[in-house]
Design a protein around this ligand. Structure first.
Ligand SMILES: Cc1cc2nc3c(=O)[nH]c(=O)nc-3n(C[C@H](O)[C@H](O)[C@H](O)COP(=O)(O)OP(=O)(O)OC[C@H]3O[C@@H](n4cnc5c(N)ncnc54)[C@H](O)[C@@H]3O)c2cc1C
Ligand code: SF4
Length: 328
């Protein structure tokens, strides 16, 4: 690990200024991703500004929304009674990630900004456009099992690893930030980027922009929601494919739906084509399959991850059927 300076900022403004003045500095929250990358020398910040005590560690329930402070730990978020009651898929998504010990340290802000688990990104001996722009993408001709089938580019086929972000994408969450140019409210679905020809940029955040909280708007039918994750081990593994869904049905018809996929793209994938196909459709296995196919029509798999298309289709149909009470 390279030497670095460590700093506690007295307030959010000082933290933002400290990063604005130091192009190689980074914020430190739970450290469960950043410190691992520093040990591998994939991340080499010269200054860490500790933000755990700067942002809120509280979950505030309002009638129209719930505000989650950026320092709320994954464990506290998953266990919160309001989250469990109003947004069960969010609690389930968080609990499906990492381990109990990691979730006790990991924060909401850090979870959203964790970096890809592409093995080549973490291996300094292999070319990787995300780690070192312009060197090439080792995954294109290598191990592709975990990689993207939607929205990838020639430059990068990595996936975003956060489970929480998938549920938050389905729930239309908004990320609040403070940055060098003041505060911003960014829809979660716009926070993460597709790789394009700049895969080194995971998000739209500017250097020094600090996540302060996440707002989840009230959605009455989110009480009928679910997060399902397929992975290579029953725990302690990232998603091959995951599905976050909430469904509102009446008289056998889908009145409204929210659907997002994880493990398939460089960002949490909001399944807008499937949602459009489902609204007003009969709540049936056939319509759920049709909607899944509409979403997956744009998939461009590689030989190592073709299995993700039928896996995603089956998971979408399964979760929607369960939430709608439709036998399969
Ligand atoms: C073995 C293992 C298994 C895991 N499995 C899963 C899994 O299955 N699913 C899953 O979703 N996650 C998983 N994780 C990831 C884990 O959840 C993340 O490491 C954790 O959520 C990151 O949070 P943190 O607070 O520790 O962030 P840190 O490591 O402190 O920071 C991560 C990044 O976010 C930045 N950052 C932190 N807070 C802020 C802020 N408020 N504003 C702006 N930037 C900020 C940091 O600068 C850094 O770049 C796993 C991790 C490990 C080690
Ligand atoms: S998929 Fe992306 S992160 Fe992985 S090797 Fe290619 S460029 Fe790097």
């Amino acid at each position: 690990m390279r030497p670095f300076r460590y700093q506690h900022a007295p307030d959010i403004g000082s933290a933002v200024s400290a990063l604005a003045e130091a192009p190689e500095a980074a914020y430190l929250a739970g450290g469960t991703n950043l410190v691992d990358l520093m040990k591998l020398e994939v991340a080499v910040p010269d200054l860490l500004v500790d933000v755990r005590e700067l942002t809120s560690d509280r979950i505030e329930a309002h009638p129209d929304f719930v505000r989650i402070g950026a320092a709320v730990t994954n464990s506290a978020l998953a266990a919160d009674p309001v989250i469990r009651r109003r947004f069960p898929m969010l609690s389930q998504a968080v609990l499906s990630g990492a381990s109990g010990q990691l979730r006790n340290l990991a924060t909401t802000g850090g979870n959203l900004l964790q970096r890809t688990r592409c093995p080549y990104f973490q291996d300094l001996n292999t070319p990787c456009n995300k780690r070192e722009p312009g060197t090439g993408c080792s995954a294109r001709e290598g191990f592709q099992r975990d990689h993207a089938i939607l929205g990838a580019s020639e430059a990068c086929i990595a996936t975003h690893p956060s489970d929480m972000a998938v549920a938050l994408a389905a729930l239309d969450a908004v990320v609040n930030t403070e940055g060098p140019r003041g505060p911003r409210a960014i829809p979660l679905v716009d926070l993460h980027r597709l790789p394009g020809d700049e895969p080194e940029r995971d998000t739209v955040l500017e250097h020094g922009e600090l996540i302060t909280s996440v707002d989840v708007p009230q959605l009455d039918f989110a009480t009928n929601s679910r997060y399902r994750k397929a992975r290579d081990r029953a725990s302690f593994a990232f998603a091959l494919v995951s599905v976050a869904a909430a469904v509102d049905t009446a008289d056998g018809v889908v009145r409204d739906v929210r659907l997002a996929l994880g493990g398939v793209a460089h960002k949490p994938w909001r399944a807008t084509d499937a949602e459009a196909a489902l609204r007003g459709a009969e709540a049936s296995v056939e319509e759920f399959r049709r909607a899944a196919d509409a979403e997956l029509a744009g998939a461009r798999p590689l030989p190592g991850n073709e299995f993700k298309i039928p896996l995603a289709r089956n998971m979408i149909v399964g979760v929607l059927s369960e939430l709608s009470g439709v036998p399969r």
